[in-house]
Design a binder for this molecule. Structure first.
Ligand code: T1G
Length: 683
């Protein structure tokens, strides 16, 4: 018998066991209605003497996937989750969480407050709050260490990544793995077996003593993860909370958790990371295309060019189980390309990121060719050839004559005009840009460049395919550099201008590193190679880069570029580079002066925001948050500031405009209008 209790929560009675069921699509988020229903269901179950055990489960794709993030930042409405969970845990009737899908955040905390947890093999459990700039706020940081120990709890709470049901069983977070298709029945049977036994409560566990016996684990964890945690507030709070679980009585520990949680909730980092959570999902949506537009079936992919980009692109499809044919002009280039792919997979397998059989399957899906005719039956062909318009037009004309009608023809160009390339074919509707970022098998970002004539089904198919191959895709219009590289260019210009005016190049890099970037522009140049696009004539020196190349300063690969590098590739500013720059500055007659860190930061980042405003005004990006997604995933913009547009909102558009004017830099009409109106780019 099923009785609706409250909105998304119903109950089902199975003799002496009551099953409380949540049905709150899409992910059973613990919104107010769910919390109220859950509280009521638990209260009724505990008050009814004929009920001797309780099972909590969810309909749909997953067990509770956490608090409802859309409620954050709004006035809280009861009942609050911790109180509901405390009541439930205090019961002497066994309560069993029946887990499928992803029990995350508050969902995992509901499970922790249950006396037992059973899960299907495919289930995952985790506490991803740190990815939202938070820590668990319903006693997860206090119950988990008491159940599994501080050492096992740290990676879950501080890292935020979910673990499999099998891993959860191994650490004691799950009590039993049940049948994939018999979760409810097995959970009920398991619950019945516990009737009459004393109920185990995570909050009364003593596994957390490991953190007291060996307090070094916290500093060791901090040191081991130093780079990853750098700049983020939440992970440090998470470590403090787990440590407190060993030092304080439970109730005190919960208070400490609440204090840390509220401090983070009110901070800009969590606002930024919650913004990013929804921004990444919004980027999947193409506002002017019907979601039910029929898709093109992509069963076979052709890639032209087996170089670094072509090989990396191929791996994305091979790893997703999609057959690939790589085309090159010479057998030697093909052999080199396929050998690189095999080596990359070998490294991935060595790191345990892929099983040998998965690598075998991926490589088994790879074929090679020297003949365009072998691409005739491809559903998608991506060219990754030399970045030259004439070459690309020639390739597309050839593809147009060989590849079957209805196939998508994509260019991996990083800034060339996709419309011009499309005009080299008789099917411009099937042409678009798929701009992968190097290394293409690692970098998550994909810019999908929508041509003036790109068909809706071609665009939507590419967006869905991006998700299938594990990319985070953003739609861009056709403009030089699309979204990311277009905004990189004004930052580069200012960096080069400032070293002529007296700023040291390492100071510029350090300002961006302090802001949270993994490296600055001059380090990036050394990493990529200062000789990209160099004419190779050491006697022809017209700028700093050509001077560096003429001096053999090709970057990290040469042991010297802007910087000198030691064997471990750590950088030291170079006197030779300094004098090369001074020489050019002298020739330009630039006024030399010390430039403050604040001025460096403003002149590097404010012009990027202005360029982002132009991109929005021209309709080259669908929404400001898409620009944030590009820069966080493609260029290492620090996630805890939310991306360039959210960051601009945080400091205020008026401040940006005043800064640009102070430095004599252009202010777009769109930016000025938004600033004058007191508006934000992002919601
Ligand atoms: N709240 C609100 N909406 C959510 C949501 C959530 N927790 N999780 C997902 N959605 C929406 C999402 O915006 C999208 O909406 C749709 O569901 C499908 O999501 C108290 C304080 C569960 C692994 O961080 O990791 O609990 O775009 O596209 O790829 O201590 O969603 O369709 O309109 O991502 O299959 C902790 C976040 C919260 C989990 C599914 N929980 N979600 O991935 O689908 S804080 C999380 C996810 C908390 C407690 C603390 C993933 C997923 P739309 P999707 P998916």
């Amino acid at each position: 018998m099923t009785s609706p209790i409250f909105g998304p929560i119903t109950t089902q009675r199975h003799d002496n066991v009551l099953v409380i069921i949540s049905n709150n699509p899409p992910v059973n988020a613990l919104g107010q209605a769910v919390r109220a229903g859950l509280a009521q269901g638990i209260e009724e179950a505990l008050a009814d003497d004929s009920i001797e055990a309780v099972v909590i489960r969810c309909d749909g794709r997953t067990f509770f996937a956490g608090a409802d993030i859309t409620e954050f930042g709004k006035p809280p409405v009861g009942p609050n989750l911790p109180e509901t969970l405390d009541k439930m845990e205090a019961s002497n009737k066994p309560v069993v969480a029946a887990i499928h899908g992803t029990a995350l955040g508050g969902g995992c905390e509901v499970a922790l407050a249950c006396h037992y947890r059973v899960a299907v093999p495919s289930a995952k459990l985790g506490l991803p709050e740190v990815k939202l700039g938070l820590i668990p706020g319903a006693a997860g940081t206090q119950r988990l260490p008491r159940l599994v120990g501080a050492e096992a709890a740290l990676p879950l709470v501080v890292g935020g990544n979910p673990i499999s049901a099998k891993q959860a069983l191994a650490i004691g977070l799950v009590d039993k793995i049940v049948g994939e298709d018999s979760l409810e029945a097995d959970a009920i049977a398991f619950a019945r077996e516990q009737i009459g036994k004393p109920v185990p409560r995570s909050s009364e566990g003593t596994a957390n003593r490991d953190g007291v016996r060996n307090p070094a684990i916290f500093d060791e964890f901090r040191q081991k993860n130093g780079r990853k945690l750098h700049g983020f507030d939440a992970p440090q709070a998470a470590i403090a909370a787990v440590k407190a679980a060993g030092e304080l009585p439970y109730a005190e520990g919960v208070k400490k958790e609440r204090e840390l949680f509220m401090g983070l909730m009110g901070g800009t980092q969590s606002a930024a990371m919650r913004h990013y959570f929804f921004a990444e999902r919004a980027a999947n949506k193409i506002d002017d295309i019907l979601a039910d537009t029929p898709l093109i079936d992509i069963r076979k992919v052709g890639i032209i060019g087996a170089g670094t980009m072509g090989g990396g692109i191929a791996m994305n499809f091979l790893s997703a189980g999609i057959p690939v044919t790589i085309l090159e002009m010479q057998q030697e280039a093909l052999d080199r390309g396929t050998a690189t792919i095999a080596k990359n997979y070998d490294n991935t397998a060595k790191k345990g990121r892929m099983k040998p059989e998965q690598v075998q399957q991926a490589m088994g899906n790879l074929s090679t060719s020297l003949d365009y005719a072998d691409l005739a039956d491809c559903d998608l062909v991506i060219e990754a050839v030399f970045e030259n318009m004439d070459v690309k037009k020639e390739v597309f004309a050839k593809l147009d004559s060989v590849v079957k009608q209805g196939a998508i023809l994509a260019s991996n160009t990083s800034y060339l005009n996709v419309d011009e390339i499309a005009q080299a074919t008789t099917r411009p509707g099937y042409v678009l840009g798929l701009h992968f970022f190097s290394p293409a098998n690692i970098m998550k970002l994909l810019e999908i460049v929508r041509g003036a004539e790109t068909r809706d089904d071609v665009l939507l198919t590419s967006m869905k395919l991006a998700k299938k191959i594990g990319k985070i895709a953003v739609v861009s219009g056709v403009c030089p550099g699309f979204i990311g590289n277009r905004m990189l260019s004004p930052r580069q210009q200012q960096a080069n201008a400032m070293i002529m005016e007296g700023a040291n190049y390492w100071e510029i890099d350090d300002v961006l590193i302090d802001f949270g970037f993994p490296m600055g522009p001059f380090q990036m140049a050394d990493l990529a190679g200062t000789d990209i696009g160099w004419h190779r004539d050491p006697t022809r020196i017209e700028n700093v880069r050509e001077a560096l190349c003429a001096a053999g300063r090709f970057g990290q690969k040469a042991g010297k570029g802007y910087y000198d590098y030691d064997a471990s590739r750590s950088r030291t500013p170079s006197e030779e580079t300094k004098s090369i720059i001074a020489d050019f500055a002298g020739r330009e007659g630039a006024q030399q002066r010390a430039i403050s860190k604040q001025e460096i930061l403003e002149r590097l980042l404010y012009p990027m925001v202005n360029e982002g405003a132009l991109i929005l005004d021209e309709g080259m990006a669908q929404r400001a948050s898409d620009i944030d997604v590009v820069w966080i995933n493609g260029y290492g913009w620090p996630l805890y500031t939310g991306g360039p547009m959210f960051w601009a909102d945080t400091i205020g558009l008026k401040t940006i405009v005043e800064g640009l004017e102070k430095h004599g830099l252009p202010v777009s009409d769109y930016l000025r209008r938004k600033a004058d109106a007191g508006e934000r780019f992002t919601s």
